[in-house]
Design a protein around this ligand. Structure first.
Ligand code: HEM
Length: 199
């Protein structure tokens, strides 16, 4: 089933089923499985270089998406006409909803695992604690308000009678919070630099 004949979901289960259909089932499976499996593979490899590569790949992906979303896509979506916005969001929102939460868990998981493989938890530096604290804040933001805004946006675009006012309102809130996410993201990359140079 495509979003063309969808409706506003009535339960969480239905929402995810509609989302997976809208994004395509193979995309949904890959979006969840790959970011969660990579850190496990990195850790089980026992090779710190593999884990480092996994962490960089996922971290760069998250950082890049956060910058693109906050600086380019958010403002562009906000300035589209109602119809064009919904058309764009139909393809974009379900895919992003499915992908970004597993990516965030993958980045934080691989970072914690990498620190373990490098023996850094034996006597954690202030920057390692800072990275962990910022990571927790990012996850709370992502799984909390950002999640509920994007779930609401999905509900509206899946509905036949899209409530454009609610969609625009959610879009605006999402845009503002994604700037907070961006600031935290820049801060955590700052802590990565600190880790690299042993601070
Ligand atoms: C948005 C989240 C994150 C991003 C974008 C990110 C990005 C990066 C980047 C670009 C590097 C390579 C630069 C360097 O070697 O320092 C790196 C390294 C590293 N990251 Fe992260 N990271 C994130 C979260 C975390 C978290 C939560 C932890 C652990 C609590 C962590 C632990 C590490 C460690 C241990 C290194 C290796 C440091 C070294 O080379 O000495 N990262 N990260």
């Amino acid at each position: 089933m495509s979003l063309a004949d969808a409706h506003r979901p009535t339960s969480r289960r239905e929402r995810y089923s509609l989302m997976a259909d809208a994004a395509s089932r193979p995309f949904a499976a890959g979006a969840v499985a790959i970011p969660l499996a990579l850190p496990v593979v990195g850790y089980l490899s026992g090779d710190v270089r593999v884990m480092f590569a996994v962490h960089l790949f996922l971290g760069a992906f998250w950082f890049g998406t956060a910058v693109l979303g906050a600086v380019v896509l958010g403002p562009v979506m906000g300035s589209l006409s109602e119809g064009a916005n919904v058309e764009f969001a139909k393809g974009f929102v379900p895919r992003m909803n499915l992908l970004m939460e597993p990516i965030s868990v993958g980045v934080v998981g691989s970072g914690i695992g990498l620190a373990a493989m490098m023996g850094l938890w034996a006597s954690p530096s202030p920057t390692l604690w800072a990275a962990l604290a910022i990571a927790v804040a990012l996850l709370v933001l992502g799984f909390g308000p950002l999640h509920s805004f994007t779930a609401g946006m999905f509900d509206e675009i899946a509905a036949e009678d899209t409530d454009h006012e609610r969609l625009a309102e959610l879009n605006k809130k999402y845009g503002m919070l994604s700037l907070v996410e961006l600031v935290l993201m820049i801060a955590i990359v700052g802590t990565m630099v600190g880790l690299r140079w042993g601070v």
